[in-house]
Design a protein around this ligand. Structure first.
Ligand SMILES: [Zn+2]
Length: 147
């Protein structure tokens, strides 16, 4: 269990670093973002190039992931400037098994915490989890449910 967790943290770290680098690139070249076409054109472009996307992410069903991403965007009412960049990130996460947004059961998140203090909260897709707070010496309880 411990080893598994360590691996996940490392992969997440890498993804975070990539995102930071991409944001830096964005800052260096902000013009290209502002001249991006609207959502439907960008999505159409992705759909036309699914073959290339699947070559870049060979272990991933890119068509299915695109559907999942579009579902997730509309379910969460999210708009993006650059859908290609978002899709690239989405596929990266899918290829490493880190895509927490993708599966249906994980859409509901239970937030565990300490009701009497501002301790760190933990999110879980499952409500029957046991989290012990070492500060309060108490079990954390479900404070909220996110959809
Ligand atoms: Zn606590």
């Amino acid at each position: 269990m411990d080893n598994k967790n360590k691996k996940i943290v490392t992969a997440e770290d890498l993804l975070l670093r990539i995102e930071v680098l991409e944001k830096r690139l964005e800052k260096l070249d902000p013009k290209s973002k502002n001249s991006l076409p609207g959502k439907s054109l960008q999505i159409a472009d992705i759909k036309q190039n699914l073959l290339q996307w699947s070559e870049k992410f060979p272990g991933v069903n890119v068509k299915e992931e695109l559907e999942k991403m579009l579902d997730w965007l509309s379910a969460n009412n999210k708009r993006k400037k650059d859908y290609k960049a978002f899709f690239r990130n989405w596929l990266r996460k899918a290829s490493t098994g880190l895509n927490k947004n993708a599966s249906l059961e994980e859409k509901i998140k239970y937030i565990f915490g300490c009701p009497e203090s501002n301790c760190q909260t933990i999110e879980s897709p499952y409500k029957d989890m046991y989290y012990f707070c070492s500060t309060c010496k108490k079990q954390k309880i479900v404070l909220d449910k996110n959809r």
